[in-house]
Write a protein that binds this ligand. Structure first.
Ligand SMILES: Nc1ncnc2c1ncn2[C@@H]1O[C@H](COP(=O)(O)OP(=O)(O)OP(=O)(O)O)[C@@H](O)[C@H]1O
Ligand SMILES: [Mg+2]
Length: 315
């Protein structure tokens, strides 16, 4: 649905986008992550046909951005990183305005507006003033506004910025729902963790260069591999169990266990790189008299993955 090949954009001497190549499929929610000034907005504006690249080519919905921009504009929604609130407009008037801008016939507007309000959970606010909405609601209204013409592809620039955890969860379920409806989404943020749960894939960009594109799981796996480590598991023991200290001593020297450290009534187990599965850990513990209260494989921290990825360690 979105395809770029070697897109480059300069502002004077500054190279804002450097040879960007990307593929985003139908129903994909692609998180476009990078620090301030990385080139996210520039890339999204080019794909939304609001700006031309200096070099390279791109297509959206199978149409070339330089040859068929008018057709593309009708098939996409672009939400800029500012809402551009209009004073004294109600939510309904605001959406009527955008529906009119997209040439939606007057008689169809109430039904469509009702649908996008329901989807963005703003039905109750239909007659409230836009100015008086909370930040989370305004951001959802920003999404509602780019949905009125039922676009296939959405470019959302920083939709989760400045939201509290609850508003973020609401935004996440909205974006997930849009993906489920088969729309392709490109969503930017400068915080990986803000987007991680809502994306099917991510791209990390820094100073105009794409450093990584792929799934989050793959990023985490690569991070683990780059550290030369296996999984970490935290095992909590019942009170009546053989002690953590005794188990640690008993397991020392086992080849698939890189490190076993007691931590009160728990054991922190680092598996050797390349040791697959966890069944052998449970067996090893049980045969040595462990009574397991909890068995918790520890996740690699997303922040770690982000740092590794942005420092180019995985290039
Ligand atoms: N109109 C412009 N004229 C000159 N330089 C620009 C212009 N727009 C952007 N830039 C520069 O291009 C680079 C990329 O900017 P861009 O806005 O695409 O980054 P971004 O990743 O969206 O950043 P942010 O997280 O701050 O929104 C930055 O160095 C920025 O200063
Ligand atoms: Mg930006």
């Amino acid at each position: 649905m979105i395809q770029t090949r070697g897109i480059t954009k300069r502002y004077g001497k500054l190279v804002a986008l450097n040879d960007l190549t990307l593929d985003i499929g139908p129903g994909e929610v692609f998180g476009f992550i990078g620090p301030n000034g990385a080139g996210k907005t520039t890339a999204m504006k080019i794909l939304a046909c609001l700006m031309k690249p200096d070099a390279g080519s791109a297509s959206v919905c199978g149409l070339d951005i330089t040859k068929e921009p008018d057709q593309i504009r009708r098939m996409i929604g672009y939400m800029p990183d500012f809402l551009g609130v209009y004073d004294d407009l109600t939510v309904d008037e605001y959406l009527q305005f955008f529906a009119a801008a997209f040439d939606i016939p007057r008689r169809e507007r109430p039904k469509i507006i009702g649908q996008v309000l329901e989807l963005t959970d703003l039905t109750e606010k239909q007659h409230a003033l836009v100015d008086g909405l909370s930040r989370g609601m305004q951001q959802r209204l920003g999404v509602a506004r780019v949905l009125v013409h039922d676009p296939k592809v959405l470019f959302l620039d920083e939709p989760a910025s400045g939201l509290d955890p609850r508003a973020r969860i609401e935004m996440r379920s909205l974006l997930t729902e849009l993906g489920r409806m088969g729309k392709s989404l490109m969503v930017s943020s400068h915080i990986l963790t803000e987007l991680a749960e809502m994306c099917t894939s991510i791209g990390i960009i820094e100073r105009g260069k794409l450093l990584y594109a792929g799934s989050i799981d793959e990023a985490l796996a690569k991070t683990k591999a780059a550290r030369g480590e296996g999984d970490r598991i935290r095992v909590t023991l019942e009170e009546s169990s053989v002690s953590a200290g005794d188990l640690a001593a008993a397991l020392a020297g086992e080849p698939r266990f890189a490190r076993v450290a007691p931590d009160g009534r728990a054991l922190v187990i680092d598996l050797a790189a390349g040791a697959h599965g966890h069944h052998f850990v449970i067996e090893a513990l049980l045969t040595r008299g462990a009574k397991i209260a909890a068995f918790e494989p520890q996740e690699v921290k997303l922040e770690d993955a982000f740092l590794k990825l942005t420092t180019g360690a995985l290039q």
